[in-house]
Ligand binder design. Structure first.
Ligand SMILES: C[S@@+](CC[C@H](N)C(=O)[O-])C[C@H]1O[C@@H](n2cnc3c(N)ncnc32)[C@H](O)[C@@H]1O
Length: 269
């Protein structure tokens, strides 16, 4: 990716995650107890395991938003460097954690600052890999920063579309569309959906580019697992149903095929 592209992606991220942005609104992993509780439990377990092994847990959390999960990492005993592309979110994080010496906020406008971060015991990416065009390259660089005994956790990314059934894709898209209708975004939702059905993506429109997974068919969970496997003793992919609507989340968890995945790699070798 060229510098110009990286800069424009930073601008698009900032437009989509501006001052008024509500990180909870369209986020199943924040809104729905079942999904959120599983994630929080995984974060606590991960930090505890790393502290037991390494005596400390220095976490690099990519794309922390407003720090919803930074709070939980802190509560578990981690020291955290959070990165953010969006300036308003950086300001929010700086203000929120200004009295906490265990949180360092890094403004990463180009997505390249992680190379400058020192060694860490764990990397956490929550609902962020699908925003990064070269997510495999990014994860490869992040793994190099993790010391032996450390861990990598990602969560809330859409499963790779080509491996999903037509039923899975349709349930997912229709559930999202119904939720958008309920939000009163009928015209914008319809025009985005029609563009996507025609395979047309607008590189200047954050609705198409920020949710980058729609441009490239989801996030390849198996490629990520294969990338992590040589560097960790154990890599686990967790697939689950996730959608915005509370009712469809409750129904889907019982009967619908998975749409989303999380990944935990333990014990860096
Ligand atoms: C869907 S939000 C998730 C925020 C938070 N992790 C959460 O779960 O509440 C994705 C965030 O990642 C940020 N972001 C996207 N690409 C990034 C990158 N390469 N480096 C740092 N932040 C990034 C965006 O600005 C946005 O705030």
């Amino acid at each position: 990716m060229t510098t110009t592209q990286a800069a424009s992606m930073g601008e698009l991220q900032e437009r989509a995650h501006g001052v008024e942005h509500d990180y909870a609104k369209g986020s199943p992993h924040i809104r729905h107890h079942a999904v959120r509780d599983r994630l929080i439990t995984s974060l606590h377990t991960l930090v505890q395991e790393v502290i037991d092994r390494n005596g400390q847990c220095r976490v690099l959390e990519l794309g922390a938003g407003h720090g919803t999960f930074t709070d939980h990492l802190l509560a578990a005993g981690a020291r955290i460097t959070v990165t953010e592309m969006s300036t308003p979110s950086v300001r929010f994080l700086q203000s929120r954690f200004r009295h906490n010496p265990n949180v360092t906020v890094l403004h990463d406008q180009s997505g390249g600052a992680t190379c400058r971060v020192g060694p860490v015991d764990a990397v956490v990416c929550i609902s962020v890999l699908h925003h990064i065009p070269d997510y495999l390259g990014t994860v490869r660089q992040l793994v190099e920063r993790i010391v032996p005994g450390g861990a990598f956790l990602s969560a809330q990314d859409p499963l790779w579309y080509p491996r999903r059934s037509r039923l899975s894709m349709n349930l997912d898209r229709n559930a999202y569309f119904l939720w958008r209708l309920g939000q009163g975004h009928f015209r914008r939702g319809l025009s985005t959906r029609l563009r996507r059905m025609r395979g047309v993506y607008d590189e200047t429109n954050e609705a198409d580019m920020v949710e980058y997974h729609v441009v490239r068919n989801g996030v390849d969970e198996e490629a990520l697992r294969d990338l992590l496997a040589p560097a960790f003793e154990k890599v686990e992919v967790q697939r689950y149903w996730s959608t915005q609507s509370g009712v469809l989340q409750a129904v889907g968890e019982r009967v619908f095929p998975p749409t989303t995945f999380g990944l935990i790699a333990r014990h860096r070798t």
